[in-house]
Design a protein around this ligand. Structure first.
Ligand code: FRU
Length: 310
C-alpha cells in the first residue's frame, strides 16, 4: 500500500472508532460531584482520583462542579444536581452547617448522597467516607510530645474551625499533648490556606522569640509557616508538622527536610466511586466508612510511611 493510502486507511479506521465509541458509550448513571474548592493540591487530587476510578466503568458519567470556596455557590450546585435528577451525588462540603439543608433535601427526595472528607450536620445522607481526624490529631500530638521530649512552645495553625476536620484535628491534638509539658503559645485559624498561614506565622514570629514547633492542620499551612520563618531567618530553629501527606506535596516536603512529619489524609476518591457503584447497584452500604492513615517522616518516607495504630 502506498504511504498516503495507508494513512487514509488509518484515518478512516480512527474516525470509525471515535464515532462508534461515541454511540456505544452510553452511561447508565450520572453522578454529580460537588467539590468545595480546587485551590489546594489535595482537592485537585481528590477529583483526579474520582475521575480515574470512574473511567474504569463505562456505565458511569461524573459531572464535576467547583464551588470556589463559597458555601452559597456549593448549595446552589447541590440543588442543581437534585433538580437535574442525577442518580447520585458526591459532595465534599466546605462547612458543616450551611451545606446540611441542600444535602438533606436531595437525600429526602430519593437521591443517594455520599459525603466525603468534611461532614455536614445531621444524618440525612447515605454514607460518609473519610479518615478519622481526631485520631490523626491525637497521633500528631503524641508524636510531637515525644519528639520534643515533653518540652517546647508550639504554634497551632488551625484549619477552618467551622469545618469538622479543623475541629477534630484541634481537639485530637490537645488530647495527644495533654499532660506532656509542651504548651501551645499561639493559635490561629488559617482557614486551610497557605497565604493565611504565612500571615499568622508572621504575627507569631513577631510576638514570640522562642518557637519550637509549628503544628498546622494541613500541609499548605505548614509550608506557609515555613516560608514566614525562612523569611525571618528562623526556619532552622523550628520544626514543622503538617497533615495531608500527598506524594507531590507533604511527602515531598518531608523528603526535602522542610517538614519533619506529615500525617496522611487520604482523599477517599477511589472509595467514593466503589461505594457509589454499590449503591447504584442496589447494595446496602455502611453509613460510615473510616479510611486508614499513615505518618511520613524523613526516616520512613522512602518505605511508604508508617500506619497509625490505636
Ligand atoms: C483542602 C483541605 C486539605 C485538608 C482538607 C480538610 O481544602 O484543606 O488540605 O486536609 O481540606 O477538609
Amino acid at each position: 500500500m502506498r504511504s498516503t493510502s495507508r494513512f487514509s486507511a488509518l484515518l478512516a479506521a480512527g474516525l470509525l472508532a471515535c464515532v462508534s465509541n461515541a454511540f456505544t458509550r452510553n452511561p447508565r448513571w450520572t453522578i454529580g460531584m460537588s467539590q468545595c474548592n480546587l485551590g489546594e493540591p489535595w482537592r485537585v487530587q481528590m477529583n483526579a482520583d474520582i475521575k480515574k476510578s470512574a473511567e474504569a466503568y463505562p456505565e458511569l458519567r461524573v459531572i464535576f462542579k467547583d464551588a470556589q470556596n463559597d458555601n452559597l455557590r456549593q448549595c446552589a450546585h447541590v440543588e442543581e444536581f437534585a433538580r437535574q435528577k442525577v442518580n447520585l451525588i458526591i459532595i465534599s462540603p466546605k462547612e458543616a452547617a450551611p451545606l446540611a439543608k441542600p444535602v438533606a433535601d436531595a437525600f429526602r427526595s430519593g437521591i443517594p448522597v455520599i459525603v466525603l472528607d468534611r461532614r455536614v450536620m445531621g444524618n440525612d445522607y447515605t454514607c460518609f467516607i473519610g479518615a478519622d481526624n481526631k485520631k490523626i490529631g491525637r497521633a500528631a500530638g503524641k508524636w510531637i510530645a515525644n519528639q520534643l521530649k515533653g518540652k517546647g512552645n508550639i504554634v497551632e495553625l488551625k484549619g477552618l474551625m467551622t469545618s469538622t476536620p479543623g475541629q477534630d484535628r484541634n481537639s485530637g491534638f490537645r488530647e495527644g499533648i495533654a499532660g506532656s509539658g509542651v504548651s501551645v503559645i499561639f493559635e490561629a485559624d488559617m482557614k486551610w490556606l497557605e497565604p493565611n498561614a504565612r500571615i499568622e506565622m508572621e504575627s507569631a514570629l513577631a510576638r514570640f522569640p522562642n518557637i519550637t514547633l509549628v503544628y498546622a492542620h494541613n500541609d499548605p499551612g505548614a509550608h506557609g509557616a515555613y516560608l514566614a520563618a525562612r523569611a525571618a531567618g528562623r526556619e532552622k530553629q523550628i520544626t514543622f508538622v503538617g497533615i495531608d501527606g500527598l506524594p507531590q506535596e507533604g511527602q515531598m516536603y518531608v523528603r526535602q527536610g522542610v517538614l519533619s512529619a506529615s500525617f496522611e489524609y487520604p482523599t477517599g476518591g477511589r472509595e467514593a466511586i466503589a461505594v457509589a457503584l454499590d449503591i447504584l447497584n442496589g447494595k446496602k452500604v455502611q453509613k460510615e466508612i473510616v479510611l486508614p492513615s499513615r505518618v511520613f517522616t524523613y526516616e520512613n518516607v522512602g518505605k511508604g510511611g508508617e500506619w497509625l495504630k490505636e
